[in-house]
Design a protein around this ligand. Structure first.
Ligand code: NOJ
Length: 749
């Protein structure tokens, strides 16, 4: 449809019909027989006419279902404006890829892009038009459960992933009607900084920090052409994002030129009342519409309030028109007016869901996401390390732990994933080492799951294990460990301990699992621990009690195959964590790109008591940003600069020789960090500015180079202009943020 035709369509709608386009209802409003139900309608107190008119549906998926619902909807619709189907496809549809915090450790954006193309194809076949993804909240506090959905603590790396995720979903814009699905980024903005890591809590920070550390990934996604934006639940400068005119209007629309649709998060307009900025639902509707929110997800505020408010002259109809036009434009871009069913088909679903090539992508990405945190020698003077295991030996392997034989490996936010299609670790091990695996569960994930609630792919039970049952499980595990030559322990968080609503105050693994590990350790066999989690847990005690340690995150459908690939040496691990692993919970928020303070612990002239440190815990994390081990090891040469002066319009080249000092081929993630030594405001001790994934054959050396120019050195200066300042900069290159070589140059005036 042309713009004129869209305008004409808008002009032909009644006020009620226009408001209807701004209403989004969830699955229970759409009965399986394709009739709109009245039950939830009463519960929500929503005007009946508005239910029939509603413009979009939340998490209604499946070729058959969406087709039926669309047919029934269009049959009743006066203007035949198709219903828009929006759903959470955050890291996979039926094929679950590793959680974003996991795949962020791959440092392989091109592979991530291919996985998002695959997700989009599966979701499109199932009738999804718009996905609420990617989630682009920079995370620095592992107490917050939603670390799981984020690609970590670094704004530059997250921006890199933001672009490929949006492009992967959407393809190129003119094609959106024919391939891909539209991307709605979330949660705008700063949700990752909720105070105390507590879900839905307050966010308060300087505008400078927001712009410097939190806004860049959202901006990168806007620049990549995402079609929609979801404001976050939190406040920004004491105004909830959903009613935040500065954020949605001044920054998003005016400054960034975003012309797409803004849709609230679940019930967020109504929540303006308990937040304390709206007197009632009508007031909340007015505030949100005025701030630029186009679609109301799952409340009756717009549906019941806007017509009344417009008629009373309290809200301008132009604002309703503006919002409605954005919704119609989105439907138009998706090609819905030409074909309301797009490529929806049961046959396409059958072909695409868990297709061998999607499984292959999932396996590859999981393999690149797994981070090897520790791999000691089998004995202090022996050359061999604990990992990899020998697939050809006859040694018995005890596979113990609550994650050893479960399909519950997709994490909380793969809401539509086909969990039955997930491989278990035990299956994957049996494939590689048939007849060598001894198995025992050892203990449940948690003793008491009653506080967890339930959700989609992860149900918390009531726990309720009897003491003798637990003792029996543990005894069996110890027996199995005693019979084996090596022990693999699959431990981790309950899936409901992370994700939305999964905030925690103790980041250690559940007590019952730590106790099991301690007892198994006593048996005296080499112990390899694999951790499954939706955050970077505190692993200090776990790492002391094992010989090798792998962080597997929630690795998705093919995670166990990827783990077996790594553990039996078919794949050399290359994952490097994109979020700091704290040493203790009390350290969080902890992140590498911090400020130096006036009294840095290591270099301050003050006595060590009066430096920036703890009296009961190291200042350093257990594993820093960018860290991870491989089976190969590299030597980095000196950092060399083509010049020690950079002219504003020019560039310099920084290089380093990276040598694979082993007989094993592997991928090395060479990381480039820059430090602005002195500025009008304090600058982070390091900032990631580039990386290269280099594949090195045994003993191969390669020169890795990066170009540095002035735009890379810009920041929000003291006067809140964005630009660089002349002076000295350090360039750091190395295998992690805490292990770099350095050279420096001067940026000239
Ligand atoms: C609430 C979550 O915060 C958001 O990420 C999600 O997209 C919506 N619910 C819809 O499921």
């Amino acid at each position: 449809m042309s713009n004129e035709e869209l305008q004409a369509l808008l002009g032909s709608l009644t006020l009620e019909e226009k408001v209807g386009q701004l209403v989004q209802l969830s699955g229970e409003f759409f009965a399986d027989d394709a009739e709109m139900l009245t039950g939830p309608q009463e519960k929500l107190g929503i005007d009946a006419q508005m239910v029939a008119n509603c413009g979009s549906a939340l998490n209604v998926v499946g070729a058959e279902r969406t087709r039926k619902v669309q047919e029934a909807y269009l049959a009743k619709s006066r203007h035949k404006i198709p219903l828009l189907f929006m759903a959470d496809v955050v890291y996979g549809y039926k094929t679950a890829f590793p959680i974003p915090l996991g795949f962020a450790a791959s440092w392989d954006p091109e592979l991530v892009r291919r996985c998002y193309v695959a997700s989009a194809a599966e979701a499109r076949a199932a009738g999804v038009h718009v996905t609420f993804a990617p989630m682009l909240d920079v995370v620095r506090d592992a107490r917050w459960g939603r670390c799981l959905e984020s690609t970590g603590e670094d704004p530059w790396l997250q921006s890199t992933y933001a672009r490929v995720m949006v492009e992967g979903f959407q393809g190129s814009e003119p094609d959106l009607a024919h391939s891909g699905i539209a991307s709605c980024i979330k949660h705008f903005a700063g949700y990752g900084a909720v105070e105390a890591g507590r879900e839905y809590n307050t966010v308060d920070m300087s505008e400078r920090r927001l712009r410097e550390m939190y806004l860049p990934p959202y901006k990168a996604a806007i620049d990549a052409g995402c079609e929609a934006v979801m404001p976050s639940f939190n406040t920004i400068d004491e105004v909830p994002a959903t009613a935040n005119t500065w954020l949605l209007d001044d920054v998003l629309r005016e400054e960034w030129g975003f012309g797409g649709a803004v849709i609230t998060d679940y019930a967020a307009i109504q929540e303006l009342v308990p937040h304390g900025v709206a007197k009632d639902c009508d007031d909340a509707a007015r505030l949100a519409l005025e701030a630029g929110v186009d679609i109301d997800m799952k409340t009756a505020c717009y549906a019941n309030g806007l017509v009344k408010l417009v008629r009373a002259g309290e809200v301008s109809e132009e604002l309703v028109d503006r919002a409605c036009m954005r919704v119609l434009s989105l439907k138009n871009k998706l090609g819905l007016f030409e074909d309301p069913y797009r490529d929806v088909s049961v046959e396409a679903e059958a072909e695409l869901f868990l297709a061998p090539e999607h499984r292959e992508l999932a396996r590859r990405l999981a393999g690149e996401s797994i981070v090897m945190l520790k791999n000691d020698r089998v004995a202090p003077d022996a050359p061999a390390k604990t990992l990899p295991l020998d697939p050809a030996s006859s040694e018995k392997i005890a596979l113990i732990g609550p994650y050893s034989d479960t399909r519950s490996l997709v994490g909380l936010w793969a809401v539509h994933a086909d969990v039955d299609g997930v491989v278990t670790l035990r299956q994957a091990f049996e494939e590689v080492a048939p007849g060598r695996i001894l198995h025992a569960e050892g203990c449940p994930l948690l003793e008491d799951e009653s506080a967890l609630g339930t959700f989609a792919n992860a149900a918390g039970g009531d726990g309720g294990f009897k003491t003798d049952q637990l003792a029996e499980m543990r005894a069996e595990a110890l027996e199995v460990a005693a019979q084996a030559d090596v022990v693999v322990m699959a431990l981790g968080e309950h899936p409901l301990e992370s994700g939305e609503g999964g905030s925690k105050t103790d980041l250690r693994l559940p007590r019952i699992q730590r106790e099991l590990l301690a007892d198994v350790r006593e048996v005296g066999k080499p112990v390899i621990v694999v951790v499954f989690s939706g955050r970077t847990p505190v692993l200090e005690d776990v790492s002391r009690q094992c010989d090798a340690l792998l962080e597997a995150w929630f690795p998705g459908t093919e995670g166990p195959h990827a783990l077996a690939d790594i553990m039996f040496g078919r794949v050399n691990p290359s994952g490097r964590t994109a979020m700091t692993f704290p040493y203790a919970t009390g350290q969080v928020p902890i992140y590498y790109n911090a400020f130096n303070t006036g009294r840095p612990e290591k270099t301050s002239g003050h006595s060590n008591r009066f430096t920036s440190r703890y009296v009961d815990c190291p200042t350093a994390p257990l594993y820093p940003f960018g860290y991870g081990l491989s089976y190969h090891s590299c030597r980095y040469g000196a950092v060399r600069l083509s010049s020690d002066e950079l002219e504003p319009g020019g560039s310099i080249v920084v290089s380093v020789e990276v040598e694979n000092a082993s007989d094993i081929a592997g991928a090395e993630i060479v990381q480039l960090y820059i430090r602005d030594v002195s500025g009008s405001v304090v600058r982070p001790v390091l900032e990631l500015k580039g990386f290269e994934r280099v594949y090195l054959r045994p003993r191969e050396s390669r020169e890795v180079s990066f170009v540095i120019d002035e735009p890379m050195l810009r920041f929000w200066r003291r006067d809140m202009t964005f630009g660089s300042e002349p002076g000295v900069f350090e360039v750091h290159i190395g295998p992690s943020s805490s292990d770099t070589g350095m050279a420096s140059f001067e940026l000239k005036n």
